[in-house]
Design a protein around this ligand. Structure first.
Ligand SMILES: Nc1ncnc2c1ncn2[C@@H]1O[C@H](COP(=O)(O)OP(=O)(O)OP(=O)(O)O)[C@@H](O)[C@H]1O
Ligand SMILES: [Mg+2]
Length: 377
């Protein structure tokens, strides 16, 4: 049994369908990421799991219990948002402690008044819990500061601390890093992965950033237009996308796509070149996908183009080629030493290994193919 199950969730806002019969199972201790373009329904899906939004149809189960009609506070899930929503007038320690106080006071059936209602022993226990969380997040020296005296990354850690202190069944995070600058985002990705390893807790993470999904997840669910298109480990999805939409969304720079055709004998023809690749369905238009790292400059390359743009990332150079017959620029990822001579306007011959390509039919679904063992790289 999975720890969390969302079954056939359907949701519309007025006339607009937002989730179309979406299901997802999450195992205990997994880091699962919902990733997809803006507006595809990720936050809505997460909010339905949290109980902050009601589905029109479908069930939510947590640890085998149907919680579809249970209010958010009783689902024992902790939510971390993009806006950290810290109390500005409370110290870091008090911010982290707030959920514990709320829980106890809720249990006592009193109004959530903070302060003298708590016994000394209860208060000491809470301070210990806050201390432990602060140690884990390495924010102990910041406990007496107010949120206004913290950097963005530190505030993010306090928000995480506030989620951790309750020891929830799972942590739900909606774009928690998007307010941070690029360098800090990369740093926090590593911190979140490390935190996940240490806590061995379930993380359900929402992002539109495919790099975040690829770097942190055990499994990622690629969402588009209110559907989950594919679920799997990042490597599987990157190498084996089920459709052209997934192939295009995952990976940066985007996968190159070239129009092709399967001829009357099953041979794949690309930009006037008959390749060794064999496809079963004869005489159909196809799209070939090949990632920038799988295109190699070769004097004997069967394809060629003209350099129109160079992107220098220091460790890699992305060279954008104009290729006759290709609807968009073809991008090659090269090592800096390889790209030295490639000024704008240079003609470049290139090729690929037949094992490195993906083929899609006219509907965007994957096509199987065979190929001889011909090595280019
Ligand atoms: N309360 C609401 N009322 C009406 N429409 C809504 C509401 N909340 C969301 N929507 C619409 O539902 C769709 C999905 O929204 P959602 O917030 O789930 O997207 P998202 O995938 O999280 O996008 P983003 O990456 O931009 O956060 C969008 O078209 C959005 O405009
Ligand atoms: Mg969102």
């Amino acid at each position: 049994m999975s720890q969390i199950s969302l079954r056939t969730i359907t949701k519309s806002f007025g006339e607009t369908p937002v989730l179309n019969n979406v299901s997802l199972d999450i195992e205990e201790g997994e880091f699962v990421t919902l990733v997809g373009p803006s507006g595809c329904g990720k936050s809505t899906f997460l909010r339905i799991l949290a109980g902050l939004e009601a589905a029109d149809a479908g069930q939510v189960e947590i640890q085998g219990r149907d919680v579809t009609a249970i209010r958010p506070a009783d689902r024992n899930l902790a939510m971390v948002f993009q806006s950290y929503a810290l109390y500005p007038h409370l110290s870091v320690a008090q911010n982290i402690m707030t959920p514990l106080r709320m829980r106890d006071l809720n249990r006592l059936g009193r109004l959530p008044v903070i302060g003298p209602l708590l016994s000394r022993a209860a208060h000491r226990k809470m301070r210990d819990q806050v201390g432990e969380v602060a140690e884990t997040l390495q924010i102990t020296p910041l406990l007496d500061r107010k949120p206004g005296q913290l950097s963005g990354g530190q505030r993010q850690r306090v928000a995480l601390g506030r989620a951790m202190v309750r020891q929830p069944v799972a942590f739900l995070m909606d774009e928690p890093l998007s307010n941070l600058d690029a360098a800090l985002r990369v740093h926090m990705r590593a911190e979140l992965s490390e935190l996940h390893r240490r806590l061995q807790a379930t993380f359900v993470y929402v992002t539109h950033d495919q790099a975040e999904a690829l770097t942190m997840s055990d499994r990622m669910a690629v969402m588009m237009h209110g559907d989950i298109l594919q679920v799997g480990p990042p490597n599987d999805i990157y190498r084996n996308p089920a459709s052209l939409d997934v192939a295009r969304f995952i990976g940066s720079p985007r996968i190159n796509t070239l129009p092709g055709e399967v001829n009357g004998t099953g041979g794949l023809e690309l930009l006037g070149v008959t390749t060794e690749t064999r496809v079963r369905g004869l005489r159909q238009a196809v799209t070939m996908g090949v990632r920038p790292e799988h295109l190699h400059m070769r004097v004997t390359g069967r394809f060629s183009g003209t350099v129109r743009h160079r992107e220098n990332l220091g460790s890699d150079i992305f060279v954008h080629l104009e290729v006759a017959g290709a609807p968009a620029k073809v991008v090659l990822r090269l090592a800096p030493a390889e790209a030295v001579e490639l000024g704008l306007g240079t003609r470049v011959a290139f090729d690929f290994n037949p094992t490195d390509i993906l083929l899609f039919d006219a509907t965007g679904a994957r096509l199987a193919f065979t190929h001889p063992a011909r090595e280019v790289a």
